[in-house]
Design a binder for this molecule. Structure first.
Ligand code: IPM
Ligand code: MN
Length: 336
């Protein structure tokens, strides 16, 4: 029996097949963890999208979860389950690394970025209302408290990976008060980290510079409000081959949920076409977080070697012809 228990949210659509691939690879790699499968079918309680109690208990007990994509529940009043999970467990920092996959050629071969996204507020606060028909207000909520904790997380993270620059991405030139508060808080927090240089850049300019030449961004840890992080992380993924390749970690003070950033892709679900790489690499982040680095590195290497081995072993999103299960078997062959 394993030493660690991890809550598993397989997810909807392609979540089923990519989770299966992860479980097969973990079994073959003899990773010392047991999966505790969680049903997160939402219910609407007092007008709020609510996660079933057993799943909440499981995650609070195990402190670590791996999550496939969840479709946003249909029906009036429902909020996104992805967001509900982040909110329920107070996962305030969303860490999104993005690194070129050697062996999968794109116009960019030198991407190596890491972006930390504020994960609880901003435009994602869900405060919207119709003032009069045809006029809607949507509130972007920025607080010093949430800004400070994600900024501190970014500086700590930079230290832990030996980077001495934090780049704060914002639009305080226009969002003078909201992003202004984020920027001001960054200046305050930076004083606590004299060994790290803080820099600032406007989000539109970051997008322009990153698609022109991503290489210089390798030297910094980026941190930004929620929606900018959502957009810039997709942009970064696009530079290296798409959302099938990029992992993500939702970090709180206690609980962490590691998840693939892509959607449930109902159009290809059940057809064996999905790429499990994003979920696998998210699980590698999870293993490192748990101190199981050697298993993480072994799986990571096998995944990259499989992708590099050619189109026959790559899934369709990477211009290959492999099925999800073929890809998983090829990763297993390369674990040794
Ligand atoms: C992501 C996704 C989510 C987000 C969606 C599914 C709610 O796009 O994790 O980036 O917008 O945060
Ligand atoms: Mn997104």
């Amino acid at each position: 029996k394993g030493n660690y228990i991890v809550s598993m949210i397989e997810g909807d659509g392609i979540g089923i097949e990519i989770s299966k691939a992860v479980k097969e690879i973990y079994a073959a790699a003899k990773v010392p963890i047991e999966w505790e499968d969680c049903d997160v079918t939402p219910s609407l309680i007092n007008g709020r999208t609510t996660i079933p109690e057993p799943a909440v208990k499981s995650i609070n007990k195990n402190l670590v979860a791996l999550k496939g994509p969840l479709a946003t529940p249909v029906g009036k009043g429902h909020q996104s389950m992805n967001l509900t999970l982040r909110r329920t467990f107070n996962l305030f920092a969303n860490v999104r690394p993005c690194k070129s996959v050697v062996g999968y050629k794109t116009p960019y071969d030198d991407v190596n970025t890491i972006l930390i996204r504020e994960n609880t507020e901003g435009e994602y606060s869900g405060i919207e209302h119709t003032v009069v028909p045809g006029v809607v207000q949507s509130i972007k909520l920025i607080t010093r408290e949430a800004s400070e904790r994600v900024l501190k997380y970014a500086f700590e993270h930079a230290r832990s990976i030996n980077k001495d620059r934090v780049l704060v991405v914002h639009k305080a030139s226009i969002m003078k008060k909201s992003d202004g508060l984020f920027v001001d808080t960054a200046k305050e927090v930076a004083k606590l980290y004299p060994d790290i240089k803080v820099e600032f850049e406007l989000i539109d300019n970051t997008c322009l510079k990153m698609v022109t030449d991503p290489a210089p961004y390798e030297d910094v840890v980026m941190v930004m409000p929620n929606l900018y992080g959502d957009i810039l992380s997709d942009l970064s993924s696009g530079l290296i081959g798409g959302l099938g390749l990029t992992p993500s970690a939702n970090m709180g003070d206690h609980v962490s949920i590691f998840e693939a950033v892509h959607g449930s892709a109902p159009d290809i679900a059940g057809k064996g076409l999905a790429n499990p790489t994003a979920l696998l690499l998210s699980s590698v982040m999870m293993l490192r977080h748990m101190g199981l680095d050697s298993y993480g590195s072994k799986i990571e290497k096998a995944v990259f070697d499989t992708i590099a081995s050619g189109t026959a072993n790559r899934t369709r999103d990477l211009k290959g012809s492999a099925s999800t299960s073929h890809f998983a078997q090829e990763v297993i062959k390369r674990l040794a």
